[in-house]
Design a protein around this ligand. Sequence first.
Ligand code: NAD
Ligand code: MG
Length: 384
Amino acid sequence: MKNIYLLGATGSIGTQTIEIIEKHPEEFKLKAISGYKNLDKIKEIASRFSLDLISVKDKEDAKSLEELYPYINIVYGDSGLVSLSTLNKDDENGVLINALVGMVGLRPTIEAIKINRDVLLANKETLVVGGHLIKELLEKHKVNLYPIDSEHNAIWQILQGEDTKAIKKLYITASGGSFRDLNREELKEVTLKEALNHPNWSMGSKITIDSATMMNKGFEIIEAAYLFDLDIDSVVPIIHRESIIHSMVEYIDSSISALLAIPDMRMPISYAMFYPKRKESLIKPIDFTKLSKLSFEPVDYIRYPLVKLAFEAYNLGGSARTVLNAANEAAVALFLSEKINFLEIEKIVIRAVSNHKVIEFPSLEEIYEIDLAVKKEIYGHYKN
Ligand code: NAD
Ligand code: MG
């Protein structure tokens, strides 16, 4: 029996995680959840599970829940997320699932590792900005961090029993996002509604926009370099429109292993939750008689400049990745509130990274300072 501490329970990954927990009450017990603004969803989850702790956005929301649930510990804000990830410190069966969006997930992940708690990570922004800190802590505390992101989960599955020294390349597949059939000229006219309409996956709004700009793939390249301890130039993004192959590993003998499944996040979430066992999942297998083709195209870095920028930011060193992420979080938030157009997202992120003076190994405090400063400047610029 695993005890689940779930950050981001009200989101897309969080909801699918809860579906798996509900299907397997003999394997998992949901102990604590965080939400942010969606109190109705939090109440709905609280009515179905016996929770020890709920973390919400602010004091006001916490108060309203305290009246409803006098026996549940209600916490709030960024410190509430840490209270959740470190709840019941001595719980040997405790696992943190981090399904938050954005770098707000960094500190709770770090604190969970410090109490020797294994982490199942969907929240890739955490590795983009704090990969160097997380890696060091994982080694120090002998803690496991398992990826939920489908590409990395696929590579993790493929590498079971393999000698990681024999890896030559990782192919990270990419759908190409909502605008894969448009050229840069056509991108000038696109709307928010169109951007939110992903061809293959149903996900939260931020990652859907990140997929359309392919910043998401840039983040995943950095995520892969950290998770699998590889030189970043061994990580190769490739457009695969069908999202059936979730990623591939090429070995030194030129053989290649791929992991295939229909695009449904309940597969990687299940694999990470049940690991090291494999159990039946909630998804259907591929019907090869209905698969007409699997296609592949190289990523054009002029069409998708943020993928190229991710390589550059990684090579520039530590704090360039903080800036890459912070500028992107701010730019996507501005686009989601219709304050800027689609192509301005790229401009903002590129400008922020090129204006930054790099600190090679920023501390956690420096990361938070830089994050705040970058976001403040961008929001200040687009205030009206
Ligand atoms: P989502 O927007 O659906 O959910 C995000 C969750 O985080 C919600 O519970 C929300 O309440 C919470 N949250 C947002 N801002 C917060 C803040 N400032 N403080 C505290 N809580 C906050 O996002 P999602 O699609 O579930 O994605 C979650 C993470 O998983 C992201 O890092 C994303 O890149 C990654 N991921 C998602 C998918 C997918 O299919 N959805 C696939 C791969 C990776
Ligand atoms: Mg992914």
